[in-house]
Design a binder for this molecule. Sequence first.
Ligand SMILES: *[C@@H]1O[C@H](CO)[C@@H](O)[C@H](O)[C@H]1NC(C)=O
Ligand SMILES: *[C@@H]1O[C@H](CO)[C@@H](O)[C@H](O)[C@H]1NC(C)=O
Ligand SMILES: *[C@@H]1O[C@H](CO)[C@@H](O)[C@H](O)[C@H]1NC(C)=O
Ligand SMILES: *[C@@H]1O[C@H](CO)[C@@H](O)[C@H](O)[C@H]1NC(C)=O
Ligand SMILES: *[C@@H]1O[C@H](CO)[C@@H](O)[C@H](O)[C@H]1NC(C)=O
Ligand SMILES: *[C@@H]1O[C@H](CO)[C@@H](O)[C@H](O)[C@H]1NC(C)=O
Ligand SMILES: *[C@@H]1O[C@H](CO)[C@@H](O)[C@H](O)[C@H]1NC(C)=O
Ligand SMILES: *[C@@H]1O[C@H](CO)[C@@H](O)[C@H](O)[C@H]1NC(C)=O
Ligand SMILES: *[C@@H]1O[C@H](CO)[C@@H](O)[C@H](O)[C@H]1NC(C)=O
Length: 574
Amino acid sequence: MKATSLFAAASLTSLSYCQPTKQQNSTIYNPILPGFHPDPSCVFVKEWDNTFFCATSTFLAFPGIPIYASKDLQNWKLVSHAFNRPEQLPAFGNITGQQDGWYAPTLRYHNHRFWIIDSCVGSDTGYLSTSDPYNNTAWTNVTPTSIPGYDPDLFWDTDGTLYSAFAKTVLSDPFTTEIHQVNISMPSGDTTPDRFLWNGTNVQPPEGPHMMIKDGYHYLLLAEGGTAQEHQVTIGRGQSAQGPFESDPKNPILTAYNTTEYFQTVGHADLFQDTNGQWWGVALSTRSGPEYETWPMGRETVLYPATWEKGQWPVLGGPVRGKMEAPLPPVNKNIRGPGAFVRDPDYYTFSPGSSIPSHFSYWRFPQIQNYAISPTNHRNTLRLLPSRANLTGDAAFVPTDGITFIGRRQTDTLFTYSVDVEYSPTEIGEESGVTLFLTQSYHVDLGIVRLNKTGNYLRFRAEGSNAPKEIVAPIPQEWCDQGMHLQIKAYNITHFSFSAGLKGGQVKQIASVPATLVSNGFTGSFVGVYATKNGNIKGKTPSYISNWVYQGQGQYIGNGEFYPSNGQKSGAGL
Ligand SMILES: *[C@@H]1O[C@H](CO)[C@@H](O)[C@H](O)[C@H]1NC(C)=O
Ligand SMILES: *[C@@H]1O[C@H](CO)[C@@H](O)[C@H](O)[C@H]1NC(C)=O
Ligand SMILES: *[C@@H]1O[C@H](CO)[C@@H](O)[C@H](O)[C@H]1NC(C)=O
Ligand SMILES: *[C@@H]1O[C@H](CO)[C@@H](O)[C@H](O)[C@H]1NC(C)=O
Ligand SMILES: *[C@@H]1O[C@H](CO)[C@@H](O)[C@H](O)[C@H]1NC(C)=O
Ligand SMILES: *[C@@H]1O[C@H](CO)[C@@H](O)[C@H](O)[C@H]1NC(C)=O
Ligand SMILES: *[C@@H]1O[C@H](CO)[C@@H](O)[C@H](O)[C@H]1NC(C)=O
Ligand SMILES: *[C@@H]1O[C@H](CO)[C@@H](O)[C@H](O)[C@H]1NC(C)=O
Ligand SMILES: *[C@@H]1O[C@H](CO)[C@@H](O)[C@H](O)[C@H]1NC(C)=O
C-alpha cells in the first residue's frame, strides 16, 4: 500500500511537466470550517493570488460574517469580518431573538470588489462590499435593500443586470416559502417589486438560492427540506435568469436524508471552480450521526468535489464524509494577515500590547470598556468588568447593555479549554467564570460567585431545557488566595466536564453534562469567560483572566474513527 502510493507520487511528479493540469488526489478532512460555521458561500478569486474565500452565518455573534481565505481548500485563515463595527448596522444592537441576526450570506466577487448580501433577521437585509478582504475597516457600512424575504443571492447576468433570488414566506406558516427574485440597482440597493421564480422540488421550504450561468444555461441551486435531517441540495436550470426552470431529474443532487451517515443535515450548498477547472462544493452539515441528538458544534462547513461536464447537470461528490479523496490544490498556508487558522489551538497570555484575537467572539455588540488587555498592575491578563445582566438576562434586560462574555468556537469534537481566574467578588450577585455557550437560552457555567455575606462560592449552573441541578461548593481558602484554574473539557463525543482547581495545580471535576444541552437551534457552541452582577446594580469588581488555552484532542468523523486535531503532538500533519 505504502510503496504503491509512493510510486504513484513519484511518477506524477515527473509527468507533471507535460500534464500540468492533471492533479493527484489527496485527502479532504471535513469539516473544513469546524464548529459554528453554517450556510457557507465561497468564491475562487484568481486576481487575488488564486485564493478561495468563504463567508458564513453568525446570528448574534459579533464580530459577524467571518471571511476565511485558503489556497489549498484545507487550511483556512480568518482574514476579516464583514460586519465588524456597530456603525455598519446600528439596529443589530436592538435585536432580541436568540435565533435572529445574520443569516446566510452570499459572497461574490465582481468588478474588482467582494460583495456580500445578507438578511439580518430582526433588523434589515442589506449589502456590503470591500476592495480588500484582508482589512476589516475596508468593509463598507450595510446598505439596506428592501428584499421581502431571507437568504438573498447576488447574480450579475451577462447583460450586467444584478438579480437577487431569495426565499419568501408565502403563507402564515413560516416554513412555507417560494423562491422569488428582484433586480437590484447599485449602489442605491433599490429593488424592483419581487416576482415568483421557482419552487424547487416542492420539499418545503425552498431557500438558500444561488444562481450561476454555464454553457448558456442559468442554474438555480437551492436548499430544501429545512436545515435539519431532511436538508437537501437541489438544482434547476432555464434559458433566462428570470426562469422558468426545469428540475434536474436526479434531484436531490446531495443529501444525507434517509442515510446513516455521521455527517447529517447536508445542504445549503455553493459551487465554485479552481484554477485547474476542477469544481468544488461547500455545504453545511452537523456531525450528529443518524440519531441527530448530539451536535454541540452546530452546523459546520464541509467540502466535496464536483464534476460539471459541458451542457450537463453538475454531479456533486457525496456522501459527505470526514475523509474524502479529491484533487486538492497543493498545501499552501501562505495567507496574509495576523488571523488564526480555523483549526489552530489557542495559547493566549494577553501580554501588554497584544490585542483580542480576531476569532474571539462576543454575543451582541460588546460594551468595549468591559474588556481590557494587560491593564495597569495586572499585566498578562484580560480584565472583565461585569454586565448587570447574566448570560441569560432577565425581564429587565436591555439588549444594547450587552452581556460580558467573550469566547471562541468549539472547533474539535474533543478539546480542553482552560483559563486562570483571579477574582474576589464583594457584592452579592457578582460572578465570573467559564461557560459553554450556545445562546443566552442555552449555556452551562462554572463560576466564582458572591452568594451572601459569608462569602464566595464555586457555582455550577445551566440554562436551558433539561438543565442539571445547580451545584454550589465552598472555595478552599488557598484557591482564593492564589487564583483559580477553571476548565471545560469534551472528554468523549457526548459529554463535557467542568472542573476547578488551584492555579497551576490539579483540577477537580465539579460536574459532567451531556452535550445534548447545547445541541439545538441555528448556532453552535462557544467556550469562553463571563462576568456579571446577576441583576444587582451595585458591584464593579474586575475579574482577571489569564493563560487562555484551547487545545483540540481529536475530530470524530463517525464509525469509531477520529483524526487528530491541529497542534496535537501526535498530529497527522494536516
Ligand atoms: C434601539 O432601541 C432603542 C430603545 O427602544 C431606541 O431608542 C434606538 O433608537 C434603537 N436603535 C436602533 C439603531 O434602532
Ligand atoms: C484598511 O481600509 C481602510 C479603509 O478603507 C484604510 O483607511 C486603511 O488604510 C486600510 N488599511 C490597510 C492596512 O490597507
Ligand atoms: C429586470 O432586469 C431585466 C433585464 O434587464 C429586465 O428584462 C426586467 O424587466 C427587469 N425587471 C423589472 C421588474 O424591472
Ligand atoms: C409554489 O409553492 C407554493 C406553496 O406550496 C404554492 O402555493 C404555489 O402554488 C407553488 N407554485 C407553483 C408555480 O408551483
Ligand atoms: C426519504 O424517505 C422518505 C420516506 O420514505 C421519502 O418520502 C423521501 O423521498 C426520501 N427522501 C430522500 C431525499 O431520500
Ligand atoms: C480520486 O478520487 C476519486 C474519488 O474517490 C476517484 O474516483 C478517482 O479515481 C481518484 N483519482 C485518482 C487519479 O486517483
Ligand atoms: C451562604 O450560602 C451558602 C450556600 O448556599 C450557605 O451554605 C450558607 O449557609 C449561606 N450563609 C448565610 C449566612 O446565609
Ligand atoms: C461519555 O461518558 C459518559 C460518562 O461520563 C457516558 O455516560 C457516555 O456514555 C460516554 N459517551 C460515549 C459515547 O462513550
Ligand atoms: C440570571 O439573572 C436573573 C436575575 O437577574 C436570575 O433570576 C437568574 O437565575 C440568572 N440565571 C442565570 C442562569 O444566570
